[in-house]
Design a protein around this ligand. Structure first.
Ligand SMILES: *Cc1c(COP(=O)(O)O)cnc(C)c1O
Length: 401
């Protein structure tokens, strides 16, 4: 009997042995480990009371919080110089949490007309059936925003740079208007990143990110972050928990690790993008280049004023010729891949009219100035000579179409 007690049963061993190898260690891991656990054990009931009272050192359940989420939240809050942050399972999770933390049924939103397609779909398809309406306006003229504001408007939603033509939002001017009218201003800073621009320091109330893009930067995790005041983040956290949009430990860990090299990557993205943009602008096969770092871009003066260290890694250009030429150009690229996302270390291209802007009518496309010859480039961190050579070759080979 006693002998039998010394040995745990096979199934019990399977469950318990090894779980605590780190507990008595006198050395600590240099890198943050992955807390790949759905639940945490606590020592006593008092700790549960402390956790309920808001003690951030006590975790209970990963949907409510996990050290890997916390690490990412602390880092991105500092990046954006906000009080607090909430990690979410995707950029859309962050946008959902930010908006639902602010609005009630009957409220109205003014949003930029060039908005990310997923955000537009969320506003039009999901929020409208909850009785929350949105007016989309061209925010390059603030009078359009003024005219769209109603008695029940609660927030204004914009993006630092639009997709795919890289129109830049004057956050300072827009925030003067939202402050005058006591509205909240949400800015999606995914394309520009806090390394180049911090909207909270220019009057925005809330910043959202698709961390899937530059914050992670390696195209291997999906995630989002909301940044704002402590009070606001408490509400966004509640929405995230209740709607089940928390970020998993592994995705949090990958994003946190990726974010550590944001400055290095952005410097290289910016340098490479400016060089590729200049090459394209000088190429006779290209009719237009849309890059805020070029003097030819309509928002270049604003970009110079707003962005500290560069103009980002995203650009678009319009090819001369037909859609068949675009097709041949894409097929002849050797290293540059066609992928409907952005902000990874590898240079990729996408075709807005066939992807993000597919649902727009011919009139709407014309109104935006977006043709089927426009190609968007997410410029990576490769040696730019190789990328320029790839573009030059594909442009030459597609010349007859
Ligand atoms: C990708 C993206 C989103 C959505 O993010 P997901 O991580 O795909 O949910 C939102 N805003 C912008 C500007 C994006 O590029």
């Amino acid at each position: 009997m006693t002998e039998k007690k010394q040995q745990l049963g096979f199934a019990t061993k399977a469950v318990h042995i090894g779980n605590r190898v780190d507990q008595d260690m006198l050395s600590r891991p240099k890198a943050l480990p992955i807390y790949q656990t759905s639940v945490f054990t606590v020592d006593n009931l008092e700790h549960l009371d402390r956790q309920a009272a808001g003690d951030k050192n006590i975790y209970t359940y990963t949907r409510h919080g996990n050290p890997n989420q916390t690490a990412l939240e602390l880092l991105v809050a500092q990046f954006e110089e906000g009080e607090a942050a909430q990690a979410t399972s995707s950029g859309m999770g962050a946008i959902m949490a930010a908006i639902l933390a602010e609005v009630q049924t009957g409220d109205h939103i003014v949003a930029t007309r060039d908005i990310y397609g997923g955000t537009k779909s969320f506003l039009v398809t999901e929020l409208s059936r909850l009785g929350i309406t949105t007016t989309f306006v061209d925010m390059s003229d603030l009078n359009n925003v003024k005219r769209a504001i109603q008695d029940n408007t609660r927030l204004v939603y914009s993006e630092t740079a639009s997709n795919p033509l890289l129109r830049i939002t004057d956050v300072e001017k827009l925030s003067q208007l939202t402050k005058e009218r006591s509205l909240k201003l949400i800015i999606d800073n995914t394309f520009i990143t806090p390394y180049l621009f911090k909207p909270l320091l220019h009057g925005a109330d809330i910043v959202v990110h698709s961390a899937t893009k530059y914050l992670n930067g390696h195209s291997d995790a999906t995630g989002g972050v909301v940044i704002g005041s402590k009070d606001f983040i408490e509400r966004a956290r509640r929405v995230t928990i209740n709607f089940g949009a928390s970020l998993s430990p592994f995705e949090s860990w990958l994003t946190y690790r990726g974010a550590k090299t944001l400055a290095l990557r952005m410097d290289k993205h910016c340098q490479n993008a400016l060089q590729l943009a200049s090459f394209l602008e000088d190429n006779p096969s290209v009719s237009k280049v849309f890059y805020p770092g070029l003097a030819s871009h309509p928002d270049h003066p604003l970009a110079v004023k707003q962005f500290a260290k560069g103009f980002g890694g995203m650009l678009s250009f319009e090819l001369k010729g037909t859609l068949a030429r675009v097709e041949h150009f894409i097929r002849n690229l050797e290293h540059v891949l066609l992928a409907p996302s952005l902000a990874g270390i590898a240079t990729t291209i996408s075709h807005p009219v066939k992807t993000s802007h597919r649902s727009l009518t011919k009139e709407e496309l014309a109104d935006l100035g977006l043709s089927e010859q426009v190609i968007r480039v997410s410029v990576g961190i490769e040696d730019i000579e190789d990328i320029i050579e790839d573009f030059a070759r594909a442009l030459a080979k597609s010349q007859d179409y």
